[in-house]
Design a protein around this ligand. Structure first.
Ligand SMILES: [Zn+2]
Length: 87
């Protein structure tokens, strides 16, 4: 009974070590990709107002769905200008 437990834990340990080696060799570790460092923080989250060209964060933007596309504006004024230009 005790011998079985020892064998089981040994198998589990070896399996754990093997899994760690596999993860390392596949490059699945947490090393950051150096190619990702050129991003400006938060820039990808900004949306551009097509009327005045301002970049706004989506949280502050006035967003509409126009012809199936999301369009974000810095303010309702720009939204109104945009809608007037459509007509
Ligand atoms: Zn605007």
């Amino acid at each position: 009974m005790i011998a079985q437990l020892i064998v089981l834990s040994a198998v589990a340990y070896v399996g754990y070590q093997a899994a760690k080696i596999v993860v390392k060799s596949l490059g699945l570790g947490s090393d950051p990709d150096p190619g990702e460092e050129q991003k400006i923080p938060g820039a990808n989250d900004m949306v551009q107002d097509p009327v005045c060209g301002l970049f706004i964060s989506p949280a502050d933007a006035v967003t509409i769905i126009h012809k199936g596309t999301y369009i974000s504006f810095c303010s309702r004024e720009c939204l109104n200008k945009f809608l007037q230009n459509q007509g």
